[in-house]
Design a protein around this ligand. Structure first.
Ligand code: SF4
Ligand code: SF4
Length: 223
């Protein structure tokens, strides 16, 4: 599933995600195993959202003869078709009619990754997506209780300030996989943090966030 990001502020809901490092560890294990476990509950937003496209890997094409060409910025050539309302063609009565054999893109999709990377609900050709916005707003956000959590949080910001926002699902996965490169710098910043007042700490994080937003707007202007 791939779409370029859009910066749209997301409110925080009450569904807990827990510690950011635990989340990321589980997510990366899921990606390796080809199945990310997301506590979706009754949500089926990503199956309904016009901005979410299910790309198909070449080795999956034989199992999905209904595949249609994917949009030009997609990493893959083909994707699952959509109905006129933008929902997946396999979503019947609110449920996935091919759940047991759904493609890899569906098995590994996790909307929380967007929150981790500070991204909005997606848009691209389909425009900002209110269905995905609602889905993202159900989550409470990540907890940053330990030093490891805080290092990861700062490292993600640093990697985005440095390399820009990822645009596709694949780039998002790579971005979080490479975050470890920024751990040492993030740790140094955090060690310095102890000498700062809470206001100064907030200001430093706010400055990093402003730089991240500038990156995103820059990315959208360049398209
Ligand atoms: S939008 Fe998120 S919570 Fe909703 S079904 Fe998709 S992955 Fe699950
Ligand atoms: S194949 Fe199933 S899980 Fe995947 S988007 Fe379509 S309805 Fe949702």
């Amino acid at each position: 599933m791939t779409r370029p990001p859009k910066f749209i502020p997301i409110r925080r809901g009450d569904k807990p995600i827990g510690s950011v490092t635990t989340y990321l560890r589980k997510y990366q294990r899921g990606i390796k195993e080809g199945n990310v476990d997301v506590p979706c509950g009754r949500c089926n937003a990503c199956c309904r959202a016009p901005s979410i496209f299910v790309d198909l890997y070449d080795d999956e094409l034989k199992d999905f003869p209904e595949a249609v060409p994917a949009p030009k910025h997609s990493k893959h050539q083909m994707m699952l078709p959509k109905k006129q309302d933008g929902s997946c063609v396999h979503l019947i009565d609110g449920k996935c009619s091919i759940y047991a054999r759904r493609p890899r893109g569906c098995r590994t999709y996790d909307c929380r990754l967007r929150l981790l990377l500070g991204l909005g609900p997606g848009g691209g050709d389909a425009g900002p997506d209110s269905i995905m916005k609602q889905a993202l707003e159900q989550w409470k956000g990540f907890e940053h209780k330990t030093k490891e959590d805080r290092v990861l949080d700062v490292a993600i910001r640093l990697s985005i300030v440095d390399g820009g926002f990822p645009e596709t699902e694949q780039q998002m996965i790579l971005k979080v996989a490479n975050t470890h490169r920024y751990f040492a710098k993030a740790e140094r910043i955090l060690d310095h943090f102890d000498n700062f007042s809470p206001e100064q700490k907030q200001q430093i994080i706010a400055e990093l966030d402003t730089k991240m937003e500038q990156q995103l707007y820059q990315g959208e202007r360049d398209k």
